[in-house]
Design a binder for this molecule. Sequence first.
Ligand SMILES: O=C(O)CCC(=O)C(=O)O
Ligand SMILES: [Fe+2]
Length: 371
Amino acid sequence: MHSLSVSGQPSLLCQLEWKSLNQVPDSHIWPPDLLHHHPTSNIIPPSSSMPIIDLTAADSVVIPLIGRACETWGAFQITGHGVPLRLLDLVEAQTCRLFSLPSAHKLRAQRSPSGGVTGYGPALISSFFSKLFWSEGFTIVGSAQEDARKLWPNCFNDFCSAMEEYSKGMKDLSRRVIVLMLRSLGLSEEDIDEVGPLRGHDEVEPVLQLNYYPPCPEPDRTMGLADHTDSSLITIIHQSSCVTGLQLLHHDESDNPRPQWVEVPPISGALVVNVGDLFHIISNGRFHTVIHRAIVDRTWSRISVAYFCGPLAHFKVGPIQKIVDPNQGPAYPGITWPKYLSLKKKLHNETLASIRLPLAAKRQDDEKKVL
Ligand SMILES: O=C(O)CCC(=O)C(=O)O
Ligand SMILES: [Fe+2]
């Protein structure tokens, strides 16, 4: 049974309530099959843990490592990225400041029930599940001012300037990472200017998702954030450095016939890069969009800050022609980010499959049959 807010939407258990609980309420107890359909007990050994790539190394070293990570994991961690630790600490401190506010206070910036995206509320994917997540979220698209003003009418500047500086750092970093990813697919710098999804990158509105996972008395019975892929080109995640929670679904067919959940260990100063659905599309399926989730801890709270990098809203992205095998043809049609997001709102993890095109050979066969 969900707790219901006055608006009739499922409400969050807010921080004061989280703290007062010594067991998970029914509204937040997840059926074991949903929690364990890919068993967490089979955490794979560190020898095959996800790649950590130092961006200060030469391009000739970094580019193949990134390409391989995107093909086999759909994710990697980066160090040597140039974003100062001071900025990572600042954004984390301001995120903590927000989630430490009393619940009634946070609800002043609640996401609008009529399809709003920005502001305070459960993760957007929570509408796909009948059980609630053990987490709270805050979404920023472009400027945070309007919502931050509702939280701190007289002192929203510190929060907003931290988010702005962080978004700027992430925008520059995401451009750099995307260029490296495209080069690993064999594109030259000129190709990237011409065909890349980075056209108008400076004007793209930054999207930040702040996540807070409170300590949980029964972490094995609930879910911080359920399995999903991100719709972006790439997502860059900063996570608290002391507590694990983020997990990726990894399939190493040579090692194990079944996909395994793999922990993403927090490393101070490192950032996690996830390949999103749109990069999977532009790479014509070569790069893996990574299924990931967040679990919670008995003792520690955890914070994550996800920066979603996508193309300009009106810009259609599709498989980059230069890398499409002519015998196979494009695996996806061109699509804009907003159109993709509207499909994802309906279809969640089935969205990519819903737009996948039949292979060129099959298309030709089908065309012959029609003629
Ligand atoms: O908490 C995390 O590490 C993951 C967050 C995430 O996947 C998201 O916000 O889309
Ligand atoms: Fe995500």
